[in-house]
Design a protein around this ligand. Structure first.
Ligand SMILES: *Cc1c(COP(=O)(O)O)cnc(C)c1O
Length: 479
């Protein structure tokens, strides 16, 4: 940076802080949905490739103007779609600093500060979630990569125990691994398995109950059938639709095999470990071999931030076999963040986690989780009073599945999609339509630290009004 650029940096950061604050201030009034079509966004953003550069200020102010209408206000309190959290104040501030510091969290030598912060946050997360203290922790982009990392460690370990060194012999010719998961397991678990060389033919999808939990008797039979084979069982703590938990202790009791690995996908549900009241659904949590979760969902930090935890660090370490020569031998006893994750060079995500965990503390995390669950119950209770409404799931967490029957609209999927689309279009709230156990439904997920009872009242009012509108709209009319 020449001195001219250096002089401008402070002004640039202040001006962008103003733009960011303008955006966050607009959350109270702006529409939650994107108000732009894709064509419009391309019309604004798509320029011929720039041969010559432009002044930074101009680039940024045009970017703000050009994307503005295509943003989804999921950081605000009335976004109830998918499972998306917001961003607390300290986490946002630490995120900006992470960019300004621009540390490479690859190894100790590239950033002693990032390495120390990672080591401390790793210990804090394990303590907060009540997991075995010696567990190793990796900081990844999201739960997809957390599942990937955990399942790769699982694969390496069960093969090793079966007498097969994967890192030496590769996957071709290896003993088959049986993998068991619920048919309602998350798509990213399937994707992770495929990425680590385990095909659909090796994955037994266990039939599941009305809440999406695998049937234990079927699991038991499958386990018996696979006796003697290496096996991996992937459980869910918090189904992405119903919020249901699979019983970890009961599954651990079933597994008599010497060579089985239990993984828990707890992308958001794992955070209930902080609540003494909710933690009962996680009974036996510490008996699993690995856990995957997201901080960018319920912990309310900016994207992206996932966490993988493995009980036995030596098994976690099988992920990476070589340490780069320039990492520095004198630092061998220090933490190299990239040992525990698929990436090499990487963002120092631990600063944000450090900040949010200090900002909230155990009581703060617990308050967010418990409040969201309480609001989900409030919403479910209010929704059942709407004509034709039925809650399809046991509201044990922050997820509510809502079905409406209509005498005027026969096609449930079209009906629910129309309700969701109209709510999205109006822009006060955002929720999505889904299919649950063969039924069309609306899905509400509450995981934002800013959401209050008032937001739930607005959602209920919007929903009641919209359902009436859609129901009484003359058939065939599209608006
Ligand atoms: C969101 C989610 C994932 C995937 O997490 P990403 O952060 O999107 O990679 C995996 N499992 C469950 C249960 C989830 O809810």
């Amino acid at each position: 940076m020449n001195s001219d650029n250096l002089n401008k940096v402070r002004a640039s950061l202040y001006s962008v802080a103003d733009k960011a604050a303008d955006y966050l201030e607009s959350l109270g009034t702006r529409q939650v949905c994107s108000t732009s079509t894709s064509e419009e966004l391309f019309r604004r953003l798509d320029r011929p490739f720039p041969e010559d550069g432009s002044p930074a200020e101009l680039v940024i102010s045009e970017l703000v103007n050009d994307v503005e209408r295509g943003l989804v206000a999921s950081v605000g309190p009335r976004y109830f779609g998918f499972v998306v959290g917001g961003a607390t104040r300290a986490s946002l501030m630490a995120d900006w600093l992470t960019s300004a510091w621009d540390q490479n969290a690859q190894v100790y030598a590239t950033s002693p500060a990032a390495a120390a912060t990672e080591a401390i946050v790793a210990r804090w997360v394990v303590e907060l979630l009540g997991l075995p203290t010696q567990s190793s922790v990796g900081f990844v982009t999201g739960c997809q990569m957390a599942n990937f990392t955990a399942l790769a460690s699982a694969r390496n370990t069960v093969l090793e125990r079966a007498g097969w060194n994967l890192n030496k012999h590769g996957l071709f010719g290896a003993p088959p691994i049986s993998v068991f998961m619920s048919e309602c397991g998350h798509s990213t678990v399937r994707s992770a398995l495929h990425m680590i060389g385990i095909g659909s033919g090796q994955i037994r999808e266990i039939p599941s109950d009305s809440e999406g939990r695998m049937n234990l008797q079927s699991l038991q039979e499958e386990i018996r059938r696979a006796t003697g084979q290496p096996m991996i069982i992937s459980l869910q703590a918090g189904n992405v639709n119903s919020g249901a938990f699979e019983p970890i202790a009961a599954v651990a009791d079933l597994v008599r095999s010497e060579n089985a690995w239990i993984h828990v996908d707890g992308a958001f549900g794992l955070w209930t470990a902080v609540s003494p009241e909710l933690r009962i659904r996680l009974e036996g949590l510490e008996r699993a071999d690995s856990w995957a979760t997201d901080a960018h969902k319920w912990l309310n930090v900016p994207y992206d931030s996932g966490i993988v935890i493995v009980k036995n660090p030596a098994q976690h370490r099988t992920l990476k076999t070589s340490r780069c020569a320039y990492a520095g031998e004198e630092f061998e006893d220090k933490r190299d963040g990239s040992t525990w994750v698929p990436e090499n060079s990487r963002r120092a995500r631990a600063f944000v986690l450090y900040a949010v965990l200090r900002e909230l503390g155990r009581t703060g995390v617990r308050a967010i989780v418990e409040r969201c669950c309480m609001l989900a119950r409030t919403f479910a209770l209010g929704a059942t009073k709407l004509p034709g409404a039925k809650v399809l799931n046991e509201v044990v967490l922050n997820q509510v599945l809502l079905e409406f029957s209509s005498s005027t609209v026969n096609d449930g999927e079209t009906f629910h999609r129309a309700i969701a689309a109209q709510i999205q279009l109006e822009g006060k709230c955002w929720l999505g339509a889904t299919t649950w156990q063969g039924k069309a439904a609306l899905r509400v997920s509450i995981c934002n630290w800013l959401t209050t009872e008032e937001d739930i009242s607005i959602l209920l009012e919007t929903l009641g009004r919209t359902v009436q509108n859609v129901m009484h709209r003359s058939p065939g009319r599209e608006d």
